[in-house]
Design a binder for this molecule. Structure first.
Ligand code: KIV
Length: 298
C-alpha cells in the first residue's frame, strides 16, 4: 500500500485530487459508514469515501446531522477506513467538535487520524471555520471544506434549501470558498448551490470542488450512499439520483425469511450440521444415564 503519490490502482492521495482537476478528470465521492460499504465503494472504483455526519440520519435514525458525536463518528470512521484501501478517507467533523475553538478542532481531528485511520477531515462553513482550517493544516491534517447548504447550521439558513441564489449571496459563497482555499483546504464541497454559481466557483478555485445538488460543472460529485442505493423508502431530495432500490429488495428478502421460518421451511438439510450415527447413539445413551442418575438422587 503506497502512500507516496498516486499510482494507477494505488491509493488516492490529496495531491492526486488536485491533479485530477488539472487533468479534467471527474472525482467520485460517496459516503460510507462501515466496513462492507467502504469495501464495496473501493471495489466500484470510488476515489473518495466520506464518513459523513449524515450517518446521524442514515444509520443512527436522527432527524438531523446535529446529534452525531465524536465517539460515534470515530467508531464509524474506523470501520470504513478498514474497508477503503484505495479511496482517500475523509472523516466529517460533527457539530460541536470544531465550532468552539481551534484547540478543540485540532484535538478532535487528531482523534480521527490517530484512532480512526482517516486520511483527512471535513469541516462545514467559513467565517470562524477558516481559522480551524489553518490550525489543522498547520498540524499536517488535510482538510476538505464544505459551503452552500451546510446541514449543521440548517437552522440558521432557514432549513434545508438551496444557497447562493442572489447575486450578493453567490458572491459571499465565492468569497467563503476562496477563504477556505487560502487557508489550505485541499477540496471544497458545494452543496445545493445553483449550477451556474457552482461553475463560477469551480473556475475561480485551484482546488477541486465536489458538488452535491450543484450541477455538472463541479470537479467531482458526491452522494449519500443510502440515497444512491435507495435504502430509504421516503421522498429523496431533488438532487438525489437513485441507482438501486435496495429498500424494496431488503424488505422482500426479510419477508421471505420470516415466512420460511414461520412455515418451518428454513433451515433446510443444506443449512444443517450432522453428527455421525454412532456418536448420536452414544449421546442419547449418556443422556438417559444422566436422567436416570438425577431421578435416583431426587
Ligand atoms: O454528511 C454528509 O454526508 C455530507 C455530504 C452530503 C457532503 O456532508
Amino acid at each position: 500500500m503506497s502512500r507516496y503519490g498516486a499510482t494507477p490502482g494505488g491509493t488516492v492521495t490529496v495531491p492526486e485530487l488536485g491533479e485530477m482537476k488539472r487533468r479534467d478528470e471527474r472525482i467520485v465521492m460517496v459516503t460510507a459508514y462501515d466496513f462492507p460499504s467502504a469495501k464495496l465503494a473501493d471495489a466500484a472504483g470510488v476515489d473518495v469515501v466520506l464518513v459523513g455526519d449524515s450517518a446521524a440520519m442514515t444509520v443512527l435514525g436522527h432527524d438531523t446531522t446535529v446529534p452525531a458525536t465524536m465517539d460515534e463518528m470515530v467508531m464509524l470512521t474506523r470501520a470504513a477506513a478498514r474497508g477503503a484501501e484505495r479511496p482517500l478517507v475523509v472523516a466529517d467533523m460533527p457539530f460541536g467538535s470544531f465550532q468552539v475553538s481551534d484547540e478543540d478542532a485540532l484535538r478532535n481531528a487528531v482523534r480521527f487520524v490517530k484512532e480512526a485511520g482517516a486520511d483527512s477531515v471535513k469541516v462545514e462553513g467559513a467565517g470562524p471555520t477558516v481559522s480551524r482550517v489553518l490550525a489543522l493544516v498547520g498540524a499536517g491534517i488535510p482538510v476538505m471544506g464544505h459551503v452552500g447548504l451546510t446541514p449543521q447550521s440548517a437552522a440558521m439558513l432557514g432549513g434545508f434549501r438551496a444557497q447562493g441564489r442572489t447575486a450578493d449571496k453567490a458572491l459571499k459563497l465565492l468569497e467563503d470558498a476562496l477563504a477556505l482555499e487560502r487557508a489550505g483546504c485541499f477540496a471544497i464541497v458545494l452543496e445545493a448551490v445553483p449550477a451556474a454559481v457552482a461553475a463560477r466557483v469551480t473556475q475561480a478555485l485551484s482546488v477541486p470542488t465536489i458538488g452535491i445538488g450543484s450541477g455538472l460543472e463541479c470537479d467531482g460529485q458526491v452522494l449519500v450512499l443510502h440515497d444512491v442505493l435507495g435504502l430509504y423508502e421516503g421522498r429523496a431530495a431533488r438532487f438525489v439520483k437513485r441507482y438501486a432500490d435496495l429498500a424494496t429488495e431488503i424488505r422482500g428478502a426479510l419477508e421471505r425469511f420470516a415466512a420460511d421460518v414461520r412455515a418451518g421451511a428454513f433451515p433446510e438439510e443444506a443449512h444443517t450440521y450432522s453428527i455421525p450415527e454412532e456418536e448420536l447413539v452414544a449421546f442419547e445413551a449418556a443422556l438417559s444415564d444422566s436422567r436416570a442418575g438425577s431421578r435416583r438422587e431426587g
